[in-house]
Ligand binder design. Structure first.
Ligand code: 13P
Ligand code: SF4
Length: 309
């Protein structure tokens, strides 16, 4: 008797048939990460999208990440399992509000976090990710004022690291990282006195103050894996535990629940599922479609970022 193909088998077969690459962010469910050709943070996945040779990109993350892949690969088909996989930071910065603020501060360089819509990227001078934000800001002449958007915590962290005083920061926040309470981190440190703390820069300043290391999702993983310590409190979305446990099976990782849901999961990232992934590969829908003029304008600030780091 021939065994029934599992969804995972179907996905792998469809991936071959459609000449597709599957890119997955660290916050995806483990079963999706297991099937991915590449797992990474926003910067790494942007680079993978740029280097890829094939017909179809299946992006398992959130929509702004898939839009970045489309901007860098206009001639390829880019599909996502769920087009409603948004991001609170994207929602915090509508393009008409950005245009109004730009009109008030026309001399400012607009530095936009990659967690923005394609329309906002098209209005920006340069893009950054959590991994390269400090280098990107340092690449701008010191006397040039900056409008940094949309994450207030990342903006304040970068301002502190660069010593930049001429930086206006948008008031957006990530619903996951911005709601990690410093109080719960203090309790966890008391419970696990040997544990070191690694945090994503989208966390509030009082959480970052307690961190032994601050970095992007991949940078956090690399630091925990290579550090001589054996126990870590990880202040980011718990999807990173997939790679952490694989690369460092003998180490212990603790995750702190955020204020809203008593978990540390991004509800947008978790909209994707194996079933939706199989269906989008089968139908090549839903697709990321962007006007050529928008792609042209949004591509320049992304390429400026990729040239910095
Ligand atoms: P990274 O660039 O660190 O992967 O972060 C993306 C993100 O959405 C963090 O919440
Ligand atoms: Fe957006 Fe936060 Fe989810 Fe990252 S974790 S995708 S910043 S809502």
């Amino acid at each position: 008797m021939i065994a029934t193909a599992t969804i995972a088998d179907e996905i792998l077969a469809l991936k071959r048939e459609k000449k597709a690459i599957l890119l997955a962010h660290h916050y995806q469910e483990s079963d999706i990460q297991e099937l991915a050709d590449s797992i990474g943070d926003s910067l790494e996945l942007s680079r993978k999208a740029q280097q890829f040779e094939g017909d179809v990109i299946v992006f398992c993350g959130v929509v702004f990440m898939a839009e970045t892949a489309k901007i860098l690969n206009p001639s390829r088909i880019v599909v996502v399992p769920d087009k409603d996989a948004g991001c609170s930071l994207v929602d915090a910065c509508p393009v008409d509000q950005l245009r109004a603020v730009k009109a008030r501060y026309p001399d400012h360089a607009v530095v936009s976090y990659i967690n923005t819509s394609a329309a906002v990227k098209a209005e920006s001078d340069i893009i950054c990710t959590s991994r390269n934000a400090v280098d990107v800001v340092n690449s701008i002449p010191a006397d040039k004022p900056i409008l940094f958007l949309p994450d207030i915590n990342l903006g304040n962290y970068v301002k502190k690291q660069t010593g930049r005083t001429n930086m206006r920061i948008w008031q957006g926040a990530c619903i996951v990282h911005a709601t990690f309470p410093a109080r719960k981190l203090s309790q966890a440190r008391a419970q696990h006195p040997e544990a070191l703390v690694a945090a994503h820069p989208e966390c509030p300043a009082d959480v970052l103050k307690m961190a032994d290391f601050i970095g992007s999702t991949s940078a956090i993983i690399d630091w925990c894996v290579t550090h001589e310590g054996n126990e870590f409190i990880v202040m980011t979305e718990s999807g990173v535990s997939h790679t952490l446990n694989k690369r460092a099976p003998n180490k212990t990782f603790h995750f702190i629940p955020n204020e809203n849901c008593n978990c540390s999961e991004c509800p947008y990232m978790k909209r994707n599922s194996l079933e939706k992934l199989r269906d989008c590969l089968k139908t090549l829908q839903p697709r990321i479609e962007l006007a050529p003029e928008m792609i042209e304008r949004a591509r320049a600030p992304i390429e400026r970022m990729l040239a910095v780091r």
